[in-house]
Design a binder for this molecule. Structure first.
Ligand code: SF4
Length: 484
């Protein structure tokens, strides 16, 4: 039960967010998070409490570095109160819904939990693929609505930045609603189809392989074309005359590369298209695409010019391979010094398999990112900036649904969390639109008092368990009950 309501006739007015729904008896509000149950406003979802367990495959590591580990499997509190299902502090003058005290190793601790309503939030999506998803800054759409953009690619991954206050509140009503749905589905571990202007259609689901233009991606590159030449040069020595690792970013050529030079691999007279960066390293050998090594080519010979007759000879052998080993072909030069594809010797098949073996499974990673604003911090302390300082001073630990977060340096409490580390369906929404996400602040009770905490609202852990759902912690395996 909560006190965030006022009754009008038989309806209850919920004031847990700015929408201020009037809710009939037996009905739920617009977000399905609050309902009118026999005249009382109730939070529909159970409040989630995590209990440490090893029977569900929790990782057996010492908890909280520092101090001597006493050899117990876990070290620290065995019960953790999350903010999932806790309720919010709106309209921002109230203490957080639960401020819970417990004792850990003789020290009085307090965890302050609240569900934050985040208009300023988004997700950063890392998609492990070499395939070209679209130009940087291109608009990313869901259901035809702009929900974010393509940002700089990283080593072996394409990155998307979705959500943010401009898409949530700055566009049309539909854009805000679709953005909110997209963020919530991705954060709750569901799959979402995204289309990129001038690029690909990609199905994204946290912890699962991306599907690009209908093809499930299997592997993440072991390195760029140049790095792959360096890593495997010795394994090719004596077995082949030339190797080209085709890569949209940096294509590598064994005979010209420094690794080939140091291994005394002779020149072959190969001529590459594209822009030579340094010996054996070529940029822009083709356009980006979904073909070999993230280029748009399906025939790798398209990136070669004619072999130099002064150096090349008939019978010269050449392997062309992509950065993931997904594509590979073996050639011999004919009498006219033209490469002719032929059956690949077993020794070279093994080297291609070795490249594949060194590529990790391709996954989508979804990091939820939000800023805990002053109003949310006011639910923790009467002087919100003190909470920020306490986090920066590492006196207060921030978690989201019990999962560790990364707090950005600089101002505010801007954090990121891996959604696969959180319990299922940890995220909700309100139709303003904004996402509702759990956030917890844990600190010593004495530190809480010192930063001006709402000491009158502190309650013991034992007062909670009756009405809560207990889940194992750390959360085991994939998100339960959500997709493949
Ligand atoms: S949208 Fe949900 S939280 Fe907001 S007022 Fe309505 S029922 Fe309450």
């Amino acid at each position: 039960m909560t006190d965030t309501s006022s009754a009008v006739a038989d309806k209850i007015r919920c004031d847990a967010c700015p929408v201020m729904c009037y809710i009939k008896p037996g009905a739920a509000g617009a977000c399905d998070r609050y309902a009118n149950h026999n005249g009382e406003l109730v939070r529909v979802d159970p409040h989630i409490i995590l209990e440490r367990t090893v029977s569900h495959g929790g990782r057996l590591v010492p908890f909280q570095a520092g101090g001597d580990w006493d050899g117990k499997i876990v070290h620290g509190p065995s019960t953790f109160v999350t903010a999932i299902g806790a309720g919010t502090t709106y309209p921002d003058y109230k203490p957080a819904p639960f401020i819970v005290s417990s004792e850990v190793d003789g020290v009085d601790m307090v965890t302050v939990v609240t569900e934050g309503i985040f208009s300023y939030c988004g997700v950063k999506v890392k998609i492990d693929t070499d395939r070209y998803l679209g130009p940087e800054t291109a608009t990313v759409r869901a259901e035809g609505e702009a929900v974010g953009h393509v940002t700089t690619s990283e080593y072996g991954s394409q990155m998307l930045s979705l959500g943010g206050v401009h898409h949530l509140t700055g566009g049309s009503k539909k854009e805000g609603r679709v953005t909110c749905d997209t963020l919530m589905d991705l954060s709750n571990g569901k799959s979402v189809e995204l289309t990129i202007d001038g690029g690909a259609t990609v199905v994204v689901q946290a912890g699962h392989a991306p599907v690009v233009n209908g093809l499930t991606e299997e592997r993440m590159r072991v390195g760029c074309g140049s790095a792959t030449i360096g890593m495997f040069a010795k394994q090719w020595q004596g077995k082949i005359d030339e190797v080209v690792v085709v890569d949209d970013h940096i294509t590598g050529v064994l005979s010209e590369h420094q690794a080939g030079k140091l291994l005394d691999i002779p020149d072959t007279g190969i001529k590459m298209k594209g822009r030579r960066s340094t010996p054996g390293r070529y940029f822009q050998v083709a356009e980006p695409g979904t073909g070999w090594g993230g280029t748009n080519i399906s025939d790798p010979l398209a990136i070669l010019g004619p072999f130099d007759p002064k150096t090349a000879r008939p019978g010269l052998t050449m392997l062309m391979v992509s950065t993931t080993g997904e594509h590979a072909a073996y050639y011999q030069l004919d009498d006219g010094l033209r490469p002719v594809e032929t059956e690949m010797p077993d020794a070279l098949k093994q080297s291609v398999a070795r490249i594949q073996e060194n590529c990790e499974p391709a996954l989508c990673t979804v990091l939820f990112m939000a800023g805990a604003g002053g109003s949310l911090r006011a639910g923790v302390t009467e002087n919100p900036v003190r909470l920020t300082r306490s986090v920066k001073d590492a006196l207060t630990r921030v978690t989201s649904g019990g999962a560790p977060v990364y707090v950005w340096p600089g101002g505010g409490i801007t954090y990121m969390v891996d959604v696969t580390q959180m319990p299922a369906n940890a995220f909700g929404y309100v139709p303003t639109p904004a996402l509702v996400a759990p956030i917890e602040f844990t600190m010593r009770l004495s530190d809480y008092a010192a930063l001006g905490g709402h000491m009158e609202s502190v309650r013991p852990l034992s007062s909670l368990k009756d009405n809560a759902e207990l889940l194992p912690w750390p959360r085991p395996g994939p998100i339960p009950g959500q997709g493949g």
